[in-house]
Ligand binder design. Structure first.
Ligand SMILES: *[C@@H]1O[C@H](CO)[C@@H](O)[C@H](O)[C@H]1NC(C)=O
Ligand SMILES: *[C@@H]1O[C@H](CO)[C@@H](O)[C@H](O)[C@H]1NC(C)=O
Ligand SMILES: *[C@@H]1O[C@H](CO)[C@@H](O)[C@H](O)[C@H]1NC(C)=O
Ligand SMILES: *[C@@H]1O[C@H](CO)[C@@H](O)[C@H](O)[C@H]1NC(C)=O
Ligand SMILES: [Zn+2]
Length: 289
């Protein structure tokens, strides 16, 4: 009973304070990306991550993967770092054209932030025990969150609808905005149907897919062009393409989205979550190698 009340309270807190401002995957999406990633870390990367995690995480990166969404009020400057707005209907992304905030300040988008926090983490332990000038705990939490966000197709969306945030739809019988359908509703519906409403079962299913159905793609997901440590531009270009091909496709204001949409889009969500996890691990492994 007490536990039940606690859950209801927690749900209310989420509904009131988090859902309207969440950018990117919801809690379970980010949790899945970080769970998958932590299971694929090299020895050196696993050690560094363990050292950098806050004590409250108890060594579990997934438990703090949503941190960057929680600090958006405290760190107001970080809000534009969760997404990229691209020109309406173009379905392409270019860093130099698109990676900026609403005031036009360059680099202030999720791709710029991934480069930024990768570069900060590269200062880890360089120069024998010298403390970094950056807070590398925050750098790790931001990077882990943003590599998740950039894989949510509507995080690289059109400018005028703010990545689907202004498109009202119905998700089955409930009102929602398209952006939130991709952050949360598709994953929730899948968990209810297939996973006993349990995020760890979702993670297990994704892990199995990574080692079976997608096994022959994983190498190419991991690789980064040239000698780069992080490759957010590749992920962003895939993102806007997936947004056009799957998220926006066939959706207009007041569309009702149900099984037709859910059954064809859930595989895309699974694929992007798996890619996010694999690539977060690959990036951390390159950083700490
Ligand atoms: C880079 O990280 C610093 C420290 O968190 C932050 O102040 C700055 O806004 C970040 N810039 C980008 C583009 O991510
Ligand atoms: C680094 O950031 C974390 C999370 O915000 C904070 O708890 C910690 O006190 C910071 N460390 C330093 C040395 O400022
Ligand atoms: C992923 O796993 C599910 C079962 O959990 C299966 O139905 C689906 O075909 C798999 N997809 C791939 C691409 O392996
Ligand atoms: C990668 O780095 C190596 C050694 O640092 C260099 O020889 C090589 O030319 C670089 N390759 C690219 C594509 O930048
Ligand atoms: Zn986010």
């Amino acid at each position: 009973m007490e536990l039940h009340k606690f859950h209801v309270l927690l749900a209310m807190v989420f509904v009131l304070f988090l859902v309207p401002v969440v950018h990117g995957w919801g809690l379970d999406g980010h949790y899945s990306v970080c769970k998958i990633a932590q299971s694929r870390l090299s020895k050196a990367a696993a050690k560094a991550v363990e050292e950098l995690l806050p004590h409250s995480a108890n060594g579990d990166l997934a438990s703090v993967c949503i941190w960057a969404d929680r600090v958006k009020f405290r760190y107001h400057w970080s809000s534009p770092l969760h997404y990229i707005d691209t020109p309406d209907k173009l379905c392409t992304y270019r860093y130099s054209r698109d990676c900026k905030d609403e005031d036009g300040v360059a680099d202030r988008c999720v791709a710029g932030a991934i480069n930024n926090y990768t570069n900060q983490l590269l200062t880890y332990n360089k120069g024998s025990g010298q403390a970094s000038t950056y807070n590398l705990t925050e750098a790790l939490l931001f990077l882990s969150h943003f590599i998740g966000d950039i894989h949510q197709p509507l995080h690289v969306g059109f400018t005028s609808d703010r990545g689907g945030n202004t498109i009202d739809v119905h998700w089955y019988r409930r009102k929602a905005v398209l952006h939130h359908v991709w952050d949360t509703n598709i994953i929730e519906t899948a968990e209810e149907r297939y996973d006993d409403s349990n995020v760890d079962e979702l993670v297990d299913a994704l892990q199995k897919n990574i080692t079976t159905g997608w096994a022959d793609q994983v190498d190419s997901w991991e690789s980064c062009s040239g000698n780069m440590t992080a490759c957010p531009d590749i992920y962003a270009s895939e993102g806007i393409k997936a947004a056009c091909d799957w998220a926006y496709k066939g959706v207009t204001e007041d569309s009702t989205l149900e099984d037709d949409y859910f059954l064809t889009r859930y595989p895309i969500v699974q694929w992007r979550l798996a890619q996010g996890g694999v690539r977060l691990a690959a990036t951390l492994n390159r950083i700490f190698e």
